[in-house]
Ligand binder design. Structure first.
Ligand SMILES: [Zn+2]
Length: 171
């Protein structure tokens, strides 16, 4: 178990497409556990493998996590090779990202989604999510396609934020 280094914008690795996971071995389980440690360490709700420099279609999430309650049980789940099967409705929630420090924005997402994914053993699973859970899944799945939430912002606003983030990264 270990806390990993989280890559931040403008690290070029964050723009890469992640690869399908084909081998469900101990290494994959350890990576997922380390990603969960990293997510809790940084008080995140989700974390995708590309954010820790691993180009795999894998993310972890725990929507029950309460950063202010260290005694709260950890209920993280690993989602491997997730695919959106259905998306309906729309919602705007404020999003943040461990790879985009100090910035949050409201992004348009599906209200309800159904995804299929593999668990860490390779079993096929299906889950339907709504509200914040649905947003979290869509946000993490974007990371697997090399996309960040700031990519949805209008060009002018996005450029301003990118400039500020680049400055921040140089400090
Ligand atoms: Zn993110």
């Amino acid at each position: 178990m270990a806390v990993l280094k989280v890559l931040t914008y403008p690290d070029p690795f964050l723009k890469k497409n992640a690869q399908e996971v084909t081998v469900f071995n101990q290494e994959l389980k350890e990576l997922a556990a380390d990603m969960a440690d990293t997510m809790y360490d940084q008080s995140g709700l989700g974390l995708a493998a590309p954010q820790v420099g691993q180009g795999l279609r894998l993310f972890v999430a725990d929507l029950t996590y309460r950063p202010n309650d260290p005694e709260h049980p950890r209920n993280w789940i690993a989602y491997v090779n997730p695919m959106i099967k259905k998306g309906e409705g729309e919602q705007f929630l404020e999003e943040g990202c461990l790879s985009v420090p100090e910035y949050r924005a409201e992004i348009k997402r599906f209200q309800n989604i159904t995804i299929e994914y593999n668990d860490l053993e390779g079993n096929l699973k299906k889950v339907t999510a709504e509200g914040l859970f649905a947003v979290c899944i869509q946000h993490e799945m974007d990371h697997l396609a090399g996309k960040l939430f700031i990519d949805y912002l209008p060009p002018l606003k996005r450029k301003m934020i990118q400039k500020r983030l680049k400055k921040l990264a140089e400090e």
